[in-house]
Design a protein around this ligand. Structure first.
Ligand SMILES: [Fe+2]
Ligand SMILES: [Fe+2]
Length: 135
């Protein structure tokens, strides 16, 4: 499954869309490295980049939530926390087991599916709200 951002995933807020696009690029880099059987060092490196970018993006959305008193904010933040927990498990497995074909397939399908679901539902609702609030 190719993980990439397309217009159909737009939530109507340019800043959020461009971060999602960049996130998908970084997920793609990680999954490609895993599937190409790259060494642990390269995989750890792209994982670190992705990890940092995810935090930047979550913080950005959570700042919007707080700044504009978004009514669905608590649920939205909980979804981010759930992801943080699941992603932490992947990072720990990768550390413990090292890269493998199996883990790369699981990582790829989990990341791709989680982000598509989250964007289509939770981020889209936030985007619709922000469109009315943002200058
Ligand atoms: Fe979100
Ligand atoms: Fe998002």
């Amino acid at each position: 499954m190719k993980i990439e951002w397309t217009e159909t995933l737009s939530v109507g807020v340019t800043a959020i869309d461009s971060e999602h696009r960049e996130l998908f690029n970084k997920i793609g880099t990680l999954v490609d490295a895993m599937q190409a059987g790259k060494g642990a060092e390269e995989i750890t490196y792209s994982l670190k980049f992705l990890d940092e970018y995810i935090e930047t993006h979550f913080t950005h959305e959570e700042n919007f939530i707080d700044e504009y008193y978004y009514p669905g904010g608590t649920t939205h933040k909980l979804e981010h926390d759930k992801f943080r927990k699941l992603f932490k498990e992947i990072k720990e497995r990768l550390k413990a087991e090292g890269p493998s074909k199996n883990l790369s397939i699981q990582t790829s399908s989990f990341l791709g599916q989680w982000w598509i679901d989250h964007i289509n539902k939770v981020d889209r609702e936030l985007g619709a709200f922000l469109q009315k609030k943002l200058p």
